[in-house]
Design a protein around this ligand. Structure first.
Ligand SMILES: [Zn+2]
Length: 163
């Protein structure tokens, strides 16, 4: 799913569920995308790509070649296994304070599980275990974007006017 949608759904859910540490929850709800897109953007800014991001095919070609490691970073960041290990480690070191972080990370993984059909990187929710999920639709599909942003508008209207 796109970055703003992840953030907006996380902020909405944090408000509805009364998550007190909503900044931690919202940050980790976008963290998996930051984890793989930051090195990608740094590499691009360093003109390593010698190109621009004009199409999904272009990105697919780039990560199929010498930037194949980005696929690995993506899979690690979008894995329930990684999130669970992070949650366990965070709980052992910091206690319950880290629960919103884990919840945000899991929320991101759940959303992306269904909306990456035919994407640049196939979803492997249990990475490093090989188990691929195709999803129902790609998040950049206009029909999904329209539905998603309509639902977000309804959700926020409900928060503002009827709750
Ligand atoms: Zn993602």
């Amino acid at each position: 799913m796109d970055f703003p949608s992840h953030m907006l759904w996380a902020l909405f859910l944090a408000r509805v569920l009364g998550i007190s540490n909503w900044t931690l929850f919202a940050f980790f709800a976008v963290f998996p995308d930051l984890a793989f897109s930051t090195p990608l953007l740094v590499a691009w800014a360093g003109k390593s790509f010698r190109g621009s991001f004009r199409s999904r095919r272009e990105i697919r070609n780039l990560v199929a070649g010498r930037f194949g490691w980005i696929k690995k970073v993506y899979r690690v960041a979008h894995s329930f296994v990684t999130a669970a290990l992070f949650g366990l480690f965070g709980w052992l070191v910091y206690g319950q304070v880290m629960l919103p972080a884990l919840a945000g990370w899991l929320l991101h993984c759940v959303f992306d599980l269904f909306v990456h059909k035919g994407g640049v990187v196939e979803a492997e929710p249990l990475y490093p275990l090989r188990y691929r999920v195709n999803g129902f639709i790609h998040w950049s599909d206009r029909r999904f974007l329209l539905l998603n942003y309509c639902l977000l508008a309804i959700a926020y209207a409900w928060l503002l006017f009827w709750r």
